[in-house]
Design a protein. Sequence first.
Lengths: 382, 204, 190
Amino acid sequence: MLKQAKQERLIWLDIMLTLLTLELMAYFYYGLRALVLGGVCITVSAAAEFISLRLMHKRFTADDLTCTSDALIIALMLPTVIDYKIAAIGCVFAVVAAKNIFGGRLNMIFSPAAAAYVFLLTSWKNQTLQFTAPHVHTGIFEKATGLVTSASHSFNLTGEMSVSDFEILMGNFSGPAGAVSILLLAVAALILILRGDISGGAFIGTISGTVLLSYLVPMSGGMVDSIKFPLVTNMVLFAAVYIVSDKRIAPRRHYYAFFYGLFIAMTSYIIVLTTAKENAIVIVALLFTPIALAFKNLEKRIDDLEIQALSVAAQKSEITAEEETEAAPEPEEISKPDDSLDEEAFDLPEFSINEINELIEAEHLADTDEEQNAEEVTGDEE
Amino acid sequence: MKNKKRSVFDGLLADNTVLSSCMVISPVIICGDTLRNAEALAMAFTSITLLSVLISSFTPKKLPYAVKIIIYAVISSLIYIPVRMAAQEFFPGIITRIGIYFPLLAVNSLIVVQTETKFFRMKRLKMIPTLLFYVAGFVAVILITAFIRELLAYGTINNRMVDADTLISGLSQPFGGFIFLGLLCGLYRALRSLFSSEPATERE
Amino acid sequence: MFLVNDFIALLAANLILTQALGTSTIFIASGSRRKLVFTTLVITLFTTFGAAAAYAVDRFLPSQYNYLTLLCYTAAVSALYVIFLVLFYFISKERFQKIRRYIHISAFNCAVMGTLFTISGRASEDPALMNIGSYVFAGLEAGVGFVLAALILSAAFHKLNSAKVPASFRGFPAMLVYLGIISMAVWALK
């Protein structure tokens, strides 16, 4: 348990470091406002986390600081010139509606950052999808002028990007502050995968899906461009690292995680191709949450079966040979995770079941005069 | 099953149709975005449900369950006709605003399900005030929901502008209705557990 | 490619995610695999056959009597209700006791009636859809959409009812927020 908590904190620390480097890059291109936006998001998220945990009669611990990484992800997906209030509402939504209502970081269902981004996109579409050009620094309390659409928007419509490879790598094109720094994102992805902080399977699946479809159904003229542009636009790389490959959401096994990432990438690519929907990958990642949950349920069952098979094998070997029994792991040790699985899978509270039962009370009512009812309806007489 | 003593006021708070039983929620989610819609829906719901349940209560209890349900549905569909005509006469825009949710009120769970499980198990004298409070509970929820959603999503109260500079337009959409109602439902339960003598195990 | 587009179109036309029709019923359906299979199957039967009956009503009921539409739909669903009860009774008397509760739940609710009114509304806007094929297909599509929404909910059922969820939000409130967020993603794709 302690080891797991430590690992969780290390993951958060690694992710925060990579996000902070992206934040620095955003500062370089968009000025102090990018940092202030990040600060606002972090402060609001931490405050929302603290208040909501107190309301749930839970203690705010160091582990709960993971909300700050989600806050930074949200900040980096938004234009730096967005109204602070809108960003703050997004952060509150992420912490309260997308996370703590479902039990917080111990029972994650959605990626809080993805849910918050889609919420902002549906409520403030223009503010979420209009940016200042790189190197245009807006004052902290200044109202932005000369807003432009993102490079992804023009790519989705025309299939072209009038930006050099070097500029693409450095993130010198209009778009969300954190999602355009391709070189940094690639390095961050490599580091996070090697340190086991994100799901490698999901990341590779996402990239493979995008590459595969951009090869099969290209959006641009040349082969290289048709593969390169879909990867660097529409927040594909950013979402692949911080949303799709989020270990809290993605399936645990690389095999399933790969397909989870692959499905998301392929679906979002087709949506971009057919509807020119900007940043579709974030929306699709949110929409595919039930698939991630289904994969996780499947993993639990497989684990369950494997553990059962192991314990049966251990019991058999215990009976047949003493030497083998010594070598076999303790049955208690094996059955531990099994119990926890059962506990989690069947911890439906009684009152919840009662409520459902209340709803179908009508069906039980029919049971009181069972035979008579059925026969009267069907006209069958005894 | 807990053997709780039922009060005639239960429908208003303790056993609210929408917040406690999660019934008749689709009109609240879809039409509960403005006070005008909510008022229209409340009037339609009150008249259809009250009249339908009252008339249905004269149905012989010995009939098979399926037959009784059909009779209730037919009665409420018949009640819908004069209610619709009256609505067209006195509130001309009501049918357009509520759309398909107006006829759907005739097959709402309060009429089709709760009649058998709750109302018709009571004596008529107790049933009438109980039913009134259940209807009042629904009306209260839809009005509160509509008031807050209209204020936050459109910056208006009953179509009158108020000074709100940041509007959350998503709240006016069905998904906003789902999320808002979920939050309201949770808040209601938290308050209910605070003020009731429910065991602490149900709390966090 | 077409499959993905069809899948998105199915989600976008989903009556639960976009119109909240039959939400209470879906909460019951997602409770267990058995309930999910039976409830969604029976609702699909009702929406498909009900749509055919709705076509007959829309086709032959004069427009000046359109206030009788609900009564006619109720009569049609009532007839289907009795037919299905009789049919299942004669198919298997033993299983009938278990299956009939799903018929009771599925007959009169917003999912079925809402589907019929939605299909009718679409047909009145677009006369090309005023044929039995379109009605039945739309009814079947609504049923499939219901199955899809039930699957979406059942994938998270254990998590939404877990002891880790705050007591006030456990169950229905969490389910509503969960469906709301999924519905939001569908809305964003429109």
